[in-house]
Design a protein around this ligand. Structure first.
Ligand SMILES: Cc1cc2nc3c(=O)[nH]c(=O)nc-3n(C[C@H](O)[C@H](O)[C@H](O)COP(=O)(O)OP(=O)(O)OC[C@H]3O[C@@H](n4cnc5c(N)ncnc54)[C@H](O)[C@@H]3O)c2cc1C
Length: 446
């Protein structure tokens, strides 16, 4: 049997390695259009922050290890261009210009996503960058060094924009950010997002909300980001307004698309075409709280879905429960975390949401070094079910959110969650963990 995989990063290489471990005799071939495989995209902002590090230290496993030690036929510089589900072939072209066509018995599409680049004048100017692939990270790092970049405008205030803002400030680069939405972190409760916004501004970053960018101009060797009310000058512009799934190859093959034009899959990651699976940023998933399809492109689901497809292909059908959108990021001294639904999303999915915000402490009363920690929780007034949580704090928010995520997977009510036996010791939190305090408070509203 031949298992062919398109895409050689998180989902693709997880599937390839797992399949080879499961069935050493299985023929596994991976087509990767770039020359980078199996790297930590998530580590790029932290790597860019440190001029002494090479971007290649983010590579988790080198291509030759996959080939020589694991027996995976990994073809880098091979771009898949079309899939023929009837003939069971994938065709494309190599860097050297050679056309290829490979057959498969089972196919996994793990093509990831690409940064959204607005169709505005100047988007192709030198120094206008985006960050998704390792090569884009490499180019950003080289550009900063060669051009002695002193000022960057970041378009977009999502988590990648904010992580990059911190990275650039770390290198003493002046940062201005512009965002179309008039709300900062619009998915977040405003009390919590105000705290994050103040943290960013306190690091001398200028934030311009409600600013749609019309064009980027080049003037006297510098760039200028132009909105209806502003012209923001920069040596480099980073476009970080979101990503879009690389689903074109599937669409061309007649495969059904789902949320946000990602590839629609069932819980076995099967697409609408026989023997074709999709996993990672290019595919949709079920949301464990709403039960509906969603598209939340993050690393764990890509790795896990890759494993599950490999197990299924190797004869052990493996269904995934789904995702609940658990995500964390750090911006300067704050940890920002979320899982599940906010009130607006909960209403859209037909729940009757109630919410509560509490401010607690990261360590026990009077324990040195204790800092504020904000918790926002959402529950369904009809069933009492916990629907989501968000947290912000200097410490103890990032990992604490996982307790709420587990409660969402277990479909717990707030009452059940309020009875969970969470750990306590003074250096790690108050006796009543901040999540339990939030649960006890929201219980009064249900
Ligand atoms: C800066 C940054 C920070 C991030 N931080 C976090 C984080 O903190 N936590 C988190 O959970 N997630 C984070 N992510 C997201 C995470 O990196 C992705 O969810 C994950 O990489 C998705 O893996 P994937 O294999 O689906 O897609 P990708 O990693 O995009 O890999 C897809 C691969 O397919 C290849 N490919 C595409 N089309 C073709 C084709 N036609 N032929 C051949 N090859 C093709 C691409 O070159 C690529 O190598 C971050 C992402 C970025 C960019």
């Amino acid at each position: 049997m031949k298992f062919l995989i398109i895409g050689g990063d998180a989902a693709g290489m997880s599937a390839a390695s797992r399949a080879k471990r499961n069935m050493p005799d299985l023929e596994v071939m991976v087509l990767e259009k770039t020359h980078d495989v199996s790297y930590s995209a998530c580590g790029m902002p932290y790597n860019i922050a440190d001029a002494r590090r090479t971007i290649d230290d983010l590579v988790v496993r080198q291509a030759n290890i996959f080939r020589e030690k694991q027996g995976i036929n990994l073809l880098t510089g091979h771009r898949a261009e079309s899939v023929d589900p009837a003939a069971k072939t994938v065709s494309g072209r190599s860097d050297a210009g050679h056309a290829f066509s490979f057959s498969y018995d089972k196919l996994l599409i793990a093509t990831g996503a690409s940064p959204v680049l607005p169709d505005i004048p100047g988007i192709d100017l030198p120094g206008v960058m985006a960050l998704k692939s390792l090569d884009q990270g490499r180019k950003i790092k080289d550009f900063i060094k060669k051009n002695n970049v002193k000022h960057v405008v970041i378009i977009g205030m999502g988590y990648i924009g904010l992580e990059m803002c911190e990275a650039l400030r770390e290198r003493s680069i002046d940062v201005t950010m512009a965002e179309l939405s008039s709300d900062f972190l619009p998915w977040m409760n405003s009390e919590l997002s105000d705290t994050v916004k103040k943290e960013v501004e306190s690091h001398h970053v200028r934030l311009y909300l409600g600013q749609g960018v019309d064009r980027i101009e080049s003037k006297n060797g510098r760039l200028s980001v132009v909105t209806p009310h502003l012209a923001l000058d920069a040596d480099m512009v980073l476009v970080a307004i979101g990503i879009t799934p690389n689903s074109m190859i599937a669409e061309k093959a007649g495969i059904e698309l789902g949320v946000n034009r990602s590839i629609a899959v069932n819980q076995l990651m099967q697409t609408s075409a026989k023997d074709i699976y999709a996993a990672g940023d290019c595919a949709d998933a079920f949301h464990v709280v709403s039960g509906k399809k969603t598209w939340i492109p993050l690393a764990l689901v890509a790795n896990r879905a890759g494993w599950a497809v490999a197990d299924t292909v190797c004869g052990k059908p493996t269904q995934l429960d789904g995702v609940c959108g658990t995500a964390v990021f750090k911006v300067f001294d704050l940890e920002v975390a979320r899982t599940g639904l906010n009130e607006t999303e909960a209403s859209e999915y037909g729940f009757v949401p109630v919410s509560e915000i509490i401010k607690s402490r990261s360590r026990a009363h009077a324990h040195p070094g204790s800092t504020d920690i904000w918790v926002y929780v959402v529950a369904d007034q009809i069933t009492g079910r916990l629907l989501g949580a968000q947290m912000v704090g200097k410490e103890g928010a990032a990992h604490r959110i996982n307790a709420a995520a587990v409660a969402l997977h277990a479909r717990m009510t707030v009452e059940q969650f309020s009875q969970t036996d969470l750990a306590y010791a003074p250096p790690f939190g108050p006796v009543w963990d901040p999540l339990l305090t939030a649960a006890n408070q929201i219980l009064k509203k249900i």
